[in-house]
Design a protein around this ligand. Structure first.
Ligand code: NAD
Length: 264
């Protein structure tokens, strides 16, 4: 295969269905020449992930719960056995209790705070620890974040705090792994209707607000996020690390509501 990721092998975590951001990235990475491996969380998602992986000629490593060290070890062990090394990892994983993705952040429980940070933030570091060993010639790690890390957004609550920590960990990991030529970046995607997004209170309102107020006056697609991901994963971005790339139709530069926007 030809393309900017030709000859490269990558692991993608967080594919749930054909609306997942992971799917947009997987399709674009495959079109760019990459060979892909996938994990899934639980057998009910496995049923969806297997045919999607097959569509892209990818392999399914198996179930992986990112909060379970043994499950991560098994995945990276399997990658080592079959591929020997790895060129990139894409982390598209986040979770929080739906009941706390609505209302006030101040009511967050310690239990859900810990779990949200563990799944949505620490897991990226846990993956970096295991990927480092399989990247003797360098590589690229990519995660997904959201503007709610930088500014208050309604209902995003503890997930905003987790994403802020995730963005900080992108910088710390980039500094640690840079001397091994392992680059670490994130894409801050605009709102997209996915399974995870449906857990966020008033998500449709947030989506509409972005469409009316973003400079490009629309939302972004998983395909657009995917093509930006290919850039970050490929040698085209060999000078880029520790970066949070906004793929959000420009929404993050806006300081005030568009006066011409209709009411929602
Ligand atoms: P999605 O529901 O398709 O993907 C979320 C994935 O996380 C699922 O595949 C789920 O199985 C996985 N996951 C959750 N807990 C897990 C665990 N313990 N172990 C392993 N996997 C686990 O939704 P998505 O919107 O494509 O989300 C992908 C990433 O993009 C997330 O980090 C999300 O926060 C981020 N993001 C989404 C948007 C949006 O508007 N959809 C915007 C910016 C960033």
């Amino acid at each position: 295969r030809s393309g900017p990721l030709a000859g490269k092998r990558g692991l993608i975590l967080g594919l749930a269905n054909n609306r997942s951001i992971a799917w947009g990235i997987a399709k674009a990475a495959r079109d760019a020449g990459a060979e892909l491996a996938f994990t899934f969380q639980g057998e009910s998602l496995g049923k969806r992930v297997r045919p999607l992986a097959a569509e892209l000629g990818g392999v399914v490593v198996g179930h992986c719960d990112v909060t379970d060290a043994a499950s991560l070890d098994a995945v990276f062990g399997e990658i080592e056995r079959s591929w020997g090394k790895l060129d990139f990892v894409v982390h598209c994983v986040a979770f929080s209790d739906k009941d706390e993705l609505t209302g006030r952040y101040v009511n967050t429980t310690a239990e859900n705070f810990s779990n949200t940070l563990l799944v949505s933030c620490y897991s990226f570091t846990a993956i970096a620890q295991r990927a480092e060993r399989l990247m003797p010639d360098g590589g690229s790690l990519l995660t997904l974040t959201y503007y709610g890390a930088e500014k208050w957004m309604p209902h995003y609550n503890v997930m905003g705090v987790a994403k802020a920590a995730l963005e900080a960990s992108v910088r710390y990991l980039a500094a640690d792994l840079g001397e091994k030529n392992i680059r670490v970046n994130a894409i801050s995607a605009g709102p997209i209707k996915t399974l995870a997004a449906s857990g966020i209170g008033d998500f449709r309102y947030i989506l509409k607000w972005n469409e009316y107020n973003a400079p490009l006056r629309r939302s972004v697609s998983i395909e657009e996020v995917g093509e930006s991901a290919v850039f970050l994963l490929s040698s085209m971005a060999r000078g880029v690390t520790g970066e949070i790339l906004h793929v959000d139709a420009g929404y993050h530069i806006v300081g005030m509501k568009n006066p011409a926007a209709p009411d929602i």
